[in-house]
Ligand binder design. Structure first.
Ligand code: SF4
Ligand code: SF4
Length: 393
C-alpha cells in the first residue's frame, strides 16, 4: 500500500467521507475572487479584504512555504428536508411538535450538531499524527476547517472531490453537497488526485429559481449581502427591510439552494445522524425562543454553531421568522401566544436591535395596536423609527 493510499484509508477510518490530494499551486479561480471582492459582494465581511488574507488565498505557499501537497477532506452532515412534515427525525417527536405549532424556525442542517470547528480539528490532528508515524519524522503542516485563508472549493475541485455548482457549493456526484470541507497542507510529496473536470449542473437552474432573495450570481458566486446565510449569521446589524419577508422561517443559515438540487435527492443521513437534531435547535419554537435570557442562550447553544450569532443576532432572526410565520399561518390557535411574545419583546427586551425587528414582525402581522402602545414607551430613535414604519405600512 502506498503512503497516499494508507492516508486515504486512515482518513476514512477517522470519519472523513471524501479525500483527495492536490498541489499548492495557485487556485484557478483566484482572479474571480478578487473581482467578487471589488464588486463588494462580500458585504460586511471586511476580513476578506485584508492583504494578508488575500496573499494567502492567492498562493497556499504563503501559508506554508514547505507545502508540497494539500490533502482536501470532506465530511458529511445530514441533508435538510424540504418541508416541516418531512422533518428528519420522526422518532424524536419533532413532527408532532411541528404540527402542534407552525410558529417554528429552521436552522441550516450543518448547524444541528456540535460545532464542527471543535470536532474536525481533532480528527485532522489525528491524521497528521498518523502521517508522521508513517514517515517516522515530523512533517511541516497546517490544518484548516472552513475558516482559513484558503479557497477551499477551488482546491477541492482540483483534488477531484466534485465540481462547483451554480449554487456555489461543491457537489460530489455520489454524496451531493451536504458536506464540510477541511484541508491539511503538508510538506511531503503524495500522489496527486485527478481533478474533477466536468460541470454536471448542465441546463439545470433550480437553485437560481428557488433562492428567495435572488442572490445567486451567474458566475457561481453569491451576493452575500442578500444571502440568508450571511444575513442571519455573519451580519451583526439590521436586516434590510426589503429582505425580511423573503427570509421565511430561517433563523440560522439557509439550505434552500441545496434542498432543491437534484444531486441531493435520495441522500440518506450519515451514520450516527440521529444525534444530530436535538429539538429546540433544528426547528426551534419561535414563541419560546423570544424569552431566552442571555444565560438560557449560552446554555442552550453551548458547543453549537448557533452561538456565533450571540443572543442578539439570534433573537433578531427569530423575530423576523415569527413575523413571517404569522403571515403564513394567520389563524392558528397558537397565534395569541406568539403575538404576546413579540409584544413582550418589543416593550421589554434590553436590545434595540431585537426590539426593532420585533416591531417589524408585529407590523407584518398587522398588530397595529401594540405598535401604538410601544410608540409611546420607546426612547431609542432607531427602534422608534422601525415602530413608526411598521405601524404606518
Ligand atoms: S443559502 Fe439561501 S439565500 Fe443563500 S443562495 Fe442559497 S437559497 Fe439563496
Ligand atoms: S440545483 Fe441545478 S444548477 Fe443548482 S447546483 Fe444543483 S444541479 Fe447545479
Amino acid at each position: 500500500m502506498t503512503l497516499t493510499h494508507a492516508i486515504q484509508v486512515e482518513a476514512h477510518r477517522l470519519g472523513f467521507d471524501l479525500v483527495g490530494v492536490t498541489t499548492p499551486f495557485p487556485p484557478p479561480h483566484y482572479q474571480k475572487f478578487e473581482e467578487w471582492l471589488s464588486a463588494g459582494y462580500h458585504a460586511g465581511m471586511a476580513y476578506l479584504e485584508k492583504m494578508s488574507s488575500r496573499v494567502r488565498r492567492a498562493n497556499p505557499l504563503e501559508i506554508l512555504p514547505d507545502c508540497r501537497r494539500i490533502l482536501v477532506l470532506g465530511i458529511r452532515y445530514p441533508p435538510s428536508p424540504g418541508t416541516m412534515t418531512e422533518f428528519y427525525d420522526p422518532t424524536s417527536g419533532l413532527v408532532e411538535d411541528v404540527k402542534s405549532s407552525p410558529y417554528r424556525g429552521r436552522v441550516a442542517s450543518y448547524a444541528w450538531s456540535e460545532d464542527y470547528h471543535q470536532d474536525i480539528p481533532t480528527r485532522l490532528n489525528d491524521l497528521v499524527a498518523f502521517i508522521e508515524t508513517e514517515m517516522g519524522k515530523t512533517v511541516p503542516h497546517a490544518c484548516y476547517t472552513d475558516s482559513g485563508h484558503i479557497l477551499e472549493r477551488d482546491l477541492a475541485q482540483r483534488a477531484g472531490l466534485g465540481w462547483i455548482g451554480k449554487n456555489t457549493n461543491l457537489i460530489n456526484p455520489q454524496m451531493g453537497s451536504y458536506f464540510l470541507l477541511a484541508e491539511i497542507l503538508l510538506g511531503i510529496e503524495l500522489e496527486i488526485s485527478a481533478p474533477f473536470e466536468q460541470d454536471r449542473c448542465g441546463t439545470c437552474t433550480r437553485c437560481l429559481e428557488a433562492c428567495p432573495t435572488g442572490c445567486i450570481l451567474p458566475d457561481r458566486t453569491l451576493d452575500a449581502s442578500r444571502c440568508i446565510s450571511y444575513l442571519t449569521i455573519e451580519n451583526k446589524g439590521n436586516i434590510p427591510v426589503e429582505l425580511r419577508s423573503k427570509m421565511g422561517e430561517w433563523v440560522f443559515g439557509c439550505d434552500i439552494c441545496q434542498q432543491v438540487c437534484p444531486w441531493n435527492r435520495r441522500l440518506t443521513a450519515p451514520a450516527g445522524a440521529e444525534a444530530y437534531a436535538p429539538p429546540g435547535i433544528a426547528h426551534p419554537d419561535l414563541t419560546q425562543a423570544l424569552s431566552l435570557t442571555p444565560e438560557d442562550f449560552s446554555r442552550q447553544f453551548r458547543g453549537s454553531p448557533v452561538k456565533r450569532t450571540k443572543r442578539t443576532g439570534y433573537l433578531r432572526n427569530v423575530a423576523v421568522a415569527l413575523g413571517n410565520q404569522l403571515v403564513a399561518f394567520p389563524d392558528h390557535k397558537q397565534r395569541p401566544l406568539a403575538v404576546a411574545a413579540l409584544r413582550e419583546t418589543l416593550i421589554h427586551d434590553s436590545q434595540p436591535l431585537i426590539r426593532a425587528h420585533a416591531a417589524w414582525a408585529l407590523g407584518r402581522a398587522g398588530e397595529v395596536q401594540i405598535l401604538q402602545t410601544a410608540c409611546r414607551l420607546e426612547r431609542d430613535p432607531s427602534v422608534l423609527n422601525e415602530i413608526q414604519i411598521a405601524r404606518d405600512q
